[in-house]
Write a protein that binds this ligand. Structure first.
Ligand code: CAA
Length: 297
């Protein structure tokens, strides 16, 4: 059996889940020269994902940042499929499906049955325990977190998360792979809820929402304060909308349930907006209304 511990031997990357994150991961991998098998059980989502990639790659050509031939070659390297069995051809799989433990465990159980035993199975989870996901497989030493950030083609970081049984060889392989994708890595040495970035980000977003609830400042002014006073590229309300209010809620709630620390408790305003169908930029309305210019709801 050939071991695929060495990042250099990874040629084909499987991506399970063709939402925003899966699309960004697939696009980044294809541009870096990997063959990509992009799988989502919903064929329409796969088609939309490939169309989105095409759109971004064309923009890069228009801006003179990518040669036309390279755009065509990158897109040709992506094979979209709605059949998970096609992932059997991958040398490493990154899972980027819905952020639910039951769904992830089911997916990893299936991947474990499909993929060659030496293949590393990585999860792009932003908070769920890698150890718990890995327990659904017979290869917990080859299960690891590879947490990308949105928009994946632009953001430099990948958090590598070690589960309880993740081997050193697996960590080394995914660090090497991230480098080949043009990314910087940090290692979360413990499988700790929220890893590094969300442990810091979520209390910040929650605190901004509490400022709003207390009537201290408007979202516009909180965003302006953080952008101009801290030099963040986006203020917390714009970022919360960008991530998706449902995702923010889910991650905060998970952190709160794990740590029992009120710092992480999702603010009521977040729940209210979600109940009102405002999920952020993805559906045009969150803290701001994107259909009619940035405006507080
Ligand atoms: N795919 C590919 N390229 C994209 C893209 C996408 N989805 N979105 C933007 N880009 C590219 C643009 O084409 C543009 O490229 P060029 O520089 O080559 O022209 C570049 O990114 C910058 O985009 P814009 O000029 O449109 O806008 P901007 O300068 O305002 O930057 C931003 C946009 C990169 C999103 C910036 O505002 C930013 O960095 N925001 C913070 C993002 C952030 O914090 N992300 C992490 C969220 S947390 C997370 O993801 C993890 C979690 O678990 C919740």
């Amino acid at each position: 059996m050939m071991a695929i511990d060495n990042a250099a031997s990874i040629r084909t990357i499987g991506v399970l889940g063709a939402g925003t994150m899966g699309t960004g991961i697939a696009q980044t991998a294809a541009r870096a020269g990997f063959d990509v098998i992009l799988c989502d059980l919903d064929r329409a989502i796969v088609e939309r994902s490939v169309a989105t990639m095409d759109q971004f790659l064309r923009k890069a050509v228009e801006k003179g940042k990518l040669a036309e031939a390279d755009r065509a070659a990158a897109l040709a390297r992506v094979r979209g499929t709605a059949d998970r069995a096609d992932l059997a051809g991958a040398d490493l799989v990154v899972e980027a499906i819905v952020e639910r433990l039951d769904a992830k465990r089911e997916a990893f159980r299936a991947l474990d049955g499909l993929c060659r035993p030496e293949v590393i199975l990585a999860s792009n989870t932003s908070s769920i325990s890698i150890t718990e996901i890995a327990a659904a497989t017979g290869r917990p030493d080859r299960v690891v977190g590879m947490h990308f950030f949105n928009p994946v083609p632009v953001m430099q970081l990948v958090e590598i998360v070690r589960g309880h049984y993740t081997s050193d060889a697996t960590v080394a392989a995914v660090r090497g792979l991230a480098a080949r994708l043009g990314k910087e890595t940090v290692l979360c040495r413990k499988d700790s809820p929220g890893f590094i970035v969300n442990r810091i980000l979520m209390p910040m977003l929650a605190e901004a929402m509490r400022l709003l609830e207390e009537g201290v400042a408007t979202p516009e002014d909180v965003d302006k304060a953080v952008q101009l006073g801290l030099n963040h590229p986006m203020g917390p309300f714009t970022l919360a909308d960008f991530i998706g209010l449902d995702v923010d809620y889910y991650v905060m709630d998970y952190l709160y349930s794990e740590f029992r620390d009120p710092r992480f408790a999702p603010p009521r305003v977040l729940k209210e907006l979600i109940r009102a169908g405002r999920l952020g930029r993805k559906n045009g309305r969150g803290f701001y209304d994107y259909g009619h210019g940035p405006r507080m709801c």
